[in-house]
Design a protein around this ligand. Structure first.
Ligand SMILES: Nc1nc2c(ncn2[C@@H]2O[C@H](COP(=O)(O)OP(=O)(O)OP(=O)(O)O)[C@@H](O)[C@H]2O)c(=O)[nH]1
Ligand SMILES: [Zn+2]
Length: 221
C-alpha cells in the first residue's frame, strides 16, 4: 500500500497540532500598517452599513465606519499583531517560592471568530515556579493579548497556557476560562443561561492533588 494511504505520520500530526494552536493568519498579514488597515476597514464597513440601508449622512452614524475600524485594529483585535505582545521580564525566584501562585478572576473580553460578537468571562491561571517568577500584572496582560483576537475559547485557553509555560520556563501551568458567548446568548440558540468552561493543565497540574488545590482556590470567594 502507498504510504500516503496511511494518513499523516506522527511528525506531521505533531506539526499540525502545533500549527492549530496559532490563530490562522495569512502569510502577508502584516504587510499593511495599522493606519492602512483602518482606511480599508472603514471603507468596507461603510459599504456594509450602506447596504443595510443606513443613512450615512446622519450625524450619529457618519462616524461609525471609522469608529469601528479603529476599534478593530487598535482595541478589540489588537492581539493579532505580535508587536502588541506584552514584554515579560523574568525575575529570579530568589525567595525559592515553590508553591502554587493563582491569579483568579482575570477579565476576559474576546470576540467569537464565527460571528464577531463578544465572548465575556473570567480566566483563572496558576503556576508553580522553577527558577523564575514574573510580575503579577503580566499574567493579566498575557490573557488580554490572546483575548484581543477573533477566537474560539479552546484555542485561547491553549495559547495562554503555552505563553505562560514559555514566559515562566515551567510546564507547571493551569488555565481555566469560564465565559459567556454572545453568539449563543443573543442570537441562534438564544440561551442566556449556559456558559462555557475550558481548561488546560500541564506538568504538576496533571496530578489530582494540584489540580484540586487550584480548583479550590478559584472556587473560594
Ligand atoms: N467549539 C467552539 N464553538 C464555538 C465557540 N464560539 C462559538 N462557537 C460555535 O461555533 C458554531 C458555528 O457553527 P455554524 O453552524 O457554522 O454557525 P450558526 O449557523 O450561526 O450556528 P448557531 O449558532 O447554532 O445558529 C456555533 O455552534 C457556535 O456556537 C467556541 O469558542 N468554541
Ligand atoms: Zn459565535
Amino acid at each position: 500500500m502507498d504510504n500516503q494511504d496511511l494518513g499523516p505520520d506522527a511528525e506531521e500530526l505533531d506539526d499540525h497540532l502545533k500549527g492549530s494552536l496559532e490563530t490562522p493568519l495569512r502569510p502577508d498579514a502584516f504587510a499593511l500598517s495599522d493606519a492602512e488597515k483602518i482606511v480599508i476597514i472603514e471603507r468596507h464597513f461603510r459599504e456594509i452599513m450602506h447596504t443595510m440601508g443606513l443613512d450615512l449622512t446622519d450625524d450619529s452614524l457618519k462616524g461609525t465606519p471609522l469608529r469601528v475600524a479603529k476599534m478593530y485594529v487598535q482595541e478589540i483585535f489588537s492581539g493579532l499583531h505580535p508587536e502588541n505582545k506584552p514584554v515579560i521580564r523574568r525575575f529570579e525566584n530568589k525567595y525559592k517560592y515553590k508553591q502554587m501562585l493563582v491569579e483568579r478572576d482575570i477579565t476576559v473580553y474576546s470576540s467569537c471568530e464565527h460571528h464577531f460578537v463578544p465572548i465575556i468571562g473570567k480566566a483563572h491561571v496558576a503556576y508553580m515556579p522553577n527558577e523564575h517568577v514574573i510580575g503579577l500584572s503580566k499574567l493579566n496582560r498575557i490573557v488580554q493579548y490572546y483575548a484581543r483576537r477573533p477566537q474560539v475559547q479552546e484555542r485561547m485557553t491553549m495559547q495562554i497556557a503555552n505563553e505562560l509555560k514559555q514566559a515562566l520556563q515551567t510546564e507547571n501551568v493551569a488555565v481555566l476560562i469560564e465565559a459567556d458567548h454572545l453568539c449563543v446568548m443573543s442570537r441562534g440558540v438564544n440561551d442566556v443561561s449556559s456558559s462555557t468552561i475550558t481548561a488546560e493543565y500541564s506538568g504538576l497540574f496533571e496530578q489530582d492533588q494540584y489540580r484540586n488545590e487550584f480548583l479550590n482556590h478559584i472556587r473560594k470567594k
